[in-house]
Ligand binder design. Structure first.
Ligand SMILES: Cc1cc2nc3c(=O)[nH]c(=O)nc-3n(C[C@H](O)[C@H](O)[C@H](O)COP(=O)(O)O)c2cc1C
Length: 219
């Protein structure tokens, strides 16, 4: 077993879950990748093509063993010079999420109106906060790739997610939010650049249209 997995997982829960993710041959009639226009069907492509940003979640947080698998997938993303120029903090404590949301509400009453509003993280019960190494020019790319690994691995296990840039300005800049930023405990030189909402989906949104003309082959 991979040493890192041993270190992080302790009891081997991650290893068991990762073992369960070994790609299985898909039956030929499986139409999971219809959108991929003839691309061979496999579980990775299916996960990529069916993922949606989720903004309504069931109340129960994602179990920590499962979040550990998601984090493990995150830190296995490609990254510049293998510097792993990211830091991630996962919060599933309602006191933290609701507490900072109350402060956010006071500053942004309009954004928090409506009966569906639960919290400032698109109503998710579990939130990952991602920080970049502000002195490393490739760090934003590292952090983005890591987050996508987390979101795709989550989706492959039935867990929804939503990448969130919206809360960052408030958390980084409003003095009231500072105690919460401090609790995240990022290292000196690291700065919060985005959050990822995680939870069990309570909606099934359609795929957003994609601009296919943005990509092309060049001879
Ligand atoms: C850097 C970044 C920031 C985002 N910030 C927000 C946000 O603040 N709030 C939100 O609801 N969605 C946010 N999103 C999610 C996008 O709106 C979503 O990915 C896009 O509309 C495509 O939809 P899909 O993820 O379902 O394919 C963000 C996505 C990225 C990559």
């Amino acid at each position: 077993m991979n040493n890192i997995i041993k270190k992080i997982a302790g009891a081997g829960v991650v290893a068991a879950a990762l073992g369960a993710c070994t790609p299985q041959a898909q039956p030929a009639e499986d139409k999971c990748c219809e959108n991929a226009q003839g691309t061979a069907c496999n579980p990775v492509i299916e996960t990529i093509m069916t993922r949606r940003s989720i903004r309504k979640y069931k109340d129960n947080p994602v179990g920590r063993d499962t979040m550990q698998v998601i984090l493990e997938c995150g830190i296995n993303a490609p990254n510049a010079l293998n510097k792993q120029s990211w830091e991630v903090r996962v919060v599933d404590n309602p006191e933290f999420i609701n507490g900072i949301t109350e402060l956010f509400k006071q500053k942004n009453p309009k954004a928090t109106e409506g009966p569906a509003f639960k919290n400032m993280f698109r109503n998710a019960p579990t939130v990952a906060f991602v920080a970049q190494d502000a002195a490393f020019p490739f760090s934003k790319i590292d952090c983005g790739l890591m987050g996508e690994n987390m979101m795709l691995s989550a989706w492959s296990m039935g867990i929804g997610s939503c990448c969130l840039g919206g809360p960052v300005h408030f958390i980084n800049n409003e003095p009231e939010a500072k105690p919460y930023l401090d609790r995240l405990g990022f290292s000196e030189g690291y700065e919060l650049i985005y959050c990822i909402a995680f939870g069990y989906p309570d909606e099934t949104p359609d795929a957003k249209p994609r601009k296919k003309e943005k990509v092309m082959f060049v001879e």
